[in-house]
Design a protein around this ligand. Structure first.
Ligand code: HEC
Ligand code: HEC
Length: 359
């Protein structure tokens, strides 16, 4: 009678199946985290840092020199704090779990070596001497006071072929995220495939590097974008004058400031049936073409602010003049160059609203 192998095969299959389930149980947690991290990275980061960290408006994140010198703590804090005023947003809405899974995903780009860890001890050098070395070796890229390469980081104001923008080193987000020892490791390693060379190739010795690191710590942290939290969304002023007189004063004030009125009509023009529009709700569009050109060459996103627009409304006998605060858009951008333009527009709006509504 031939030996029946079927029960053995069944047992063998069962053992293999049990092992597979057990192993996938261990692996699946990590895989699930990496998948979630990949999804979050695509959603929040890839528009600037490129698919798979290849770089774009934001610096490349998949470079091995970066991943081999950046600690998890540095990446974590950078995501949480952003780089106020330097395009890199603050992601305070992401949970601890979400940030961690983004980091797990970024680590999957790293070949072989693991996330480095650093002591948080301060490096003590001679900051005065460090300042001299900085001025000689670093300032022409990172700016004399660490303000970083000029521009908004957006391809419109920076040719696509241009090298990666040097990050700001006086930035509150950077200074709070990087430990002294991580900065030192970055300087020694450099970042191959970017303009950032190893300081060893500049002939700098260990003591020189300590002096520079200590000097970087003396940079006063700047982060202007953070100051915008208390900006009002809309400027609104009640006029001393009747509707028609306020409208005339508004036109005069706009022109006197060198702006041209492009068009004006009732607020509901095109929505209400012709002839039934509310003539006591009026909107004026205006522009200064030199300012538009200047702004758009700096950054195409300035198109959001332009042309300027002021609304005049009469309700229950009260005439009000309203304008959206241009600084509200700036909260979306977190960029010092745009904040400057936004402030110019803001002063313009406030002056015009003032002149139109009171003598
Ligand atoms: C030729 C231009 C250039 C010079 C000179 C230069 N850097 Fe950089 N540096 C860069 C660029 C570009 C990056 C971004 C590299 C990247 O994409 O990862 C960078 C990155 C860094 C970083 C990492 C910060 C961050 O947010 O990514 C530090 C710290 C730094 N540089 C410090 C220095 C110091 C200190 C010196 C002088 C000893 C120096 N650099 C000289 C261009 C330069
Ligand atoms: C709107 C564009 C933008 C978005 C979105 C963005 N970043 Fe950035 N990021 C930047 C820029 C620009 C810098 C360089 C800062 C500078 O120029 O001073 C930067 C810097 C960084 C750095 C420091 C790199 C270094 O070399 O030290 C890390 C890490 C980083 N970003 C991670 C992320 C992650 C993760 C996300 C998504 C959660 C993200 N960023 C989303 C633009 C962006």
């Amino acid at each position: 009678m031939p030996f029946d192998k079927r029960p053995l095969i069944v047992i063998f299959v069962l053992i293999v199946a049990t092992m597979m389930v057990a192993c996938s149980g261990v692996g699946s947690k990590r895989t699930a985290e990496a998948t979630e991290g990949s999804r979050l990275y695509d959603l929040y980061c890839s528009a600037c840092h490129g698919d798979e960290g290849s770089g774009g408006v934001g610096v490349p994140l998949a470079l091995s020199d970066f991943l081999n010198t950046a600690s998890d703590e540095y990446i974590y804090k950078t995501i949480q704090l952003g780089r106020p005023g330097r395009v890199m947003p603050t992601f305070s809405e992401l949970s601890h779990q979400q940030i961690s899974s983004i980091i797990t995903h970024m680590r999957s780009w790293q070949w072989r070596s693991k996330a480095p860890k650093y002591s948080n001890e301060a490096i003590i050098g001679n900051p005065k001497r460090g300042g001299q070395l900085y001025a000689k070796h670093c300032a022409y890229c990172h700016g004399l006071s660490g303000e970083g390469g000029a521009g908004t980081g957006v391809t419109f104001s920076r040719p696509r072929s241009a090298k990666i923008l040097a990050p700001a080193l006086n930035n509150s987000g950077f200074l709070a995220s990087a430990s002294d020892h991580m900065i030192k490791a970055t300087l020694i390693q450099g970042r191959a495939e970017t303009p950032m060379r190893s300081v060893r190739t500049m002939g700098l010795k260990d003591k020189d590097i300590n002096d520079i690191v200590h000097y970087l710590r003396t940079f006063e942290a700047t982060g202007e974008a953070g100051d915008q939290q208390n900006e009002p969304r809309v400027f609104s002023k009640v006029s001393q004058f009747e509707f028609d007189e306020t409208l005339d004063r508004l036109r005069t004030a706009i022109k006197r400031k060198g702006y041209q009125i492009i068009r004006e009509h009732t607020l509901d023009a095109g929505f209400a049936e012709a002839g039934t529009e509310n003539s006591k709700q009026w909107v004026i569009y205006f522009a200064n073409f030199r300012f538009i050109n200047e702004s758009l060459t700096r950054d195409s996103r300035m198109g959001l602010f332009l042309p300027g627009r002021i609304t005049l409304i009469e309700r229950e006998g009260k005439v009000s003049v309203l304008a959206v605060n241009p600084m509200i858009y700036n909260q979306l951008f977190s960029n010092n160059a745009l904040i400057e333009l936004g402030r110019t527009l803001q002063h313009f709006y406030l002056a015009v609203l003032g002149e139109a509504t009171s003598s």
